[in-house]
Write a protein of this length. Structure first.
Length: 480
């Protein structure tokens, strides 16, 4: 190494020490005590940085017709404009095979889903696999061109999660702005009924937190201070029926996320046991009157033809004991909290001996658990195509006047997921210019689009009339 090079190394070392000394000084308060607030902030930064590259944005498109006053009835009939609803959330890479985990309510029944990486690359989704009971969905994405590291789940060997432990919901990076929200665990495992109550749905275990609800937070990983995933974030008001849940995030517990994903990845359905009843805890004040002084579970409804109905259970019975038919020791049921763990460990086809109180007298029945109906599903989305997916027609003088334009062509159909759609163009828009070429006729549009290659970046100027009035837009991108 030459003298000049050694000098630069020496100067760099001195500068590094100086910067380290300055940073260290900033972590000490004026009184010489450690600045714990800054240390905690640094811990939050370190935790999010460990998982940030694995977190993606999820952009969901749903389509609905809307009226457009600029589009009038013509010789070919009325041309409906298309309104598009965008829903944005989060997801995280589960493995190196192209699987991304996110929220079922976010992506189920959608028409087009995209994954947006931290670097801004947009990747189309070809299939959605979902489980409505757990709200866990898995997306198939081609990550070969943009490999992303998978998250690491917290292991039980790392210790139990307790109330007061820090929890961070790590959202995606949008326009180079990272999103996250910090809180703490309030209840690691709380059994509640879902918000959108299916009469036959069982209770579920969720992790409750004080994490404030944040933009694009649904489907985000919730991590600890080591960047290990504790669960998947959901808005509390969406996931639970508790009225005092507040405007916070809850999390599907990490072990359930992993179990559901493992079944989806293996190609199997997530089969859940079904008793076929809607249940309620017996209030202590009513237990003696019902013949169950120690409590029990009240059968509010019994599904016709369901497992409990076939076994002989009736509305108004009180379930007080449950025992596997193979002869293991029975479990006394004083409330729903006792039944939940049993069903969590059960499978469709398992047989149980039940003790019920009916009109003050005990009766016994044997029940075979069924499979919960309509819990899981799969949705295949259209394969991405390399094309504009755009049809148009000439604009009438009245339409041009409504748009405040002297020239342009009207988009009549825009295929979801193709080039024009991804650039933001919708049916009913007036296309005015592509690059430096004004669109005076329909032939101008066809000529310009025919000359572009798939990866050519172009700009499109267009106008739209919607419920907010007239707007003018610029889109820049390629057709794929």
């Amino acid at each position: 190494m030459g003298a000049l090079a050694r000098r630069f190394v020496s100067v760099a070392a001195v500068a590094t020490v100086a910067l380290w000394s300055t940073a260290t000084a900033q972590d000490v308060s004026a009184g010489g005590e450690p600045d714990y607030a800054r240390e905690l902030q640094a811990a939050f930064d370190a935790a999010t940085s460990k998982v940030r590259a694995s977190v993606v944005g999820i952009i969901v498109t749903r389509q609905a017709p809307v009226s457009n006053p600029a589009i009038e009835e013509s010789e070919v009939g009325p041309v409906p404009a298309v309104g598009v609803e965008y829903i944005m959330g989060s997801g995280f890479v589960a493995d190196d095979q192209g699987w991304v985990i996110t929220s079922t309510p976010l992506v189920a029944d959608s028409e087009h889903v995209e994954v947006l990486t931290e670097s801004g690359v947009s990747l189309p989704v070809t299939a959605i696999h979902y489980d409505r009971m757990s709200d866990v969905a898995a997306l198939r994405v081609d990550l070969s061109a943009s490999p992303l590291p998978p998250v690491v789940f917290r292991s039980p060997r790392e210790g139990a999660i307790r109330p007061g432990h820090w929890a961070i919901a790590v959202g995606p990076t949008i326009y180079r702005v990272p999103i996250s929200s910090v809180g703490h665990v309030t209840a690691p495992y709380l059994r509640v009924l879902p918000a959108k109550q299916n009469p036959w749905a069982s209770s579920r275990l969720l992790m409750f937190t004080s994490i404030p609800r944040m933009p694009m937070g649904e489907g985000a990983p919730v991590v600890d201070l080591d960047g290990r995933v504790l669960g998947m974030a959901l808005p509390a008001t969406q996931a639970t029926s508790l009225e005092d849940a507040g405007n916070t995030m809850v999390a599907v517990i990490g072990s359930e996320v992993q179990a559901v994903f493992a079944r989806i990845r293996s190609g199997g359905a997530v089969k859940r046991p079904w008793l076929g009843v809607h249940l309620q805890d017996v209030p202590p004040e009513a237990g003696s009157d019902l013949g169950a002084p120690d409590g029990g579970i009240y059968l509010v409804r019994v599904a016709p033809g369901g497992p409990a109905d076939v076994a002989g259970a009736r509305v108004g019975d009180v379930l007080v004991e449950m025992c596997p038919v193979d002869g293991e020791r029975p479990v006394t049921l004083t409330g729903l909290a006792d039944l939940g763990p049993i069903l969590d460990q059960s499978h469709p086809g398992d047989r149980y001996h039940l003790t019920l109180i009916r009109e003050g007298r005990p009766i016994e029945i044997d029940v075979v658990l069924g499979e919960f109906p309509e819990s899981t599903g799969e949705q295949t989305l259209a394969e991405p195509q390399r094309g504009w997916g755009l049809t148009a027609r000439a604009a009438s003088p009245e339409e041009l006047a409504a748009f405040g334009a002297e020239h342009g062509v009207v988009a009549t159909k825009v295929a979801i997921g193709q080039g024009a759609f991804l650039l933001g163009i919708r049916g009913g828009d007036l296309l005015m210019q592509i690059g430096a070429t004004p669109l005076l006729t329909l032939e101008d549009l066809e000529a310009v689009l025919d000359e572009t290659e798939p990866d050519d970046v172009i700009s499109i100027a267009f106008r739209r009339i919607d419920e907010q009035g007239l707007g003018s837009f610029l889109a820049v991108g390629s057709r794929q």
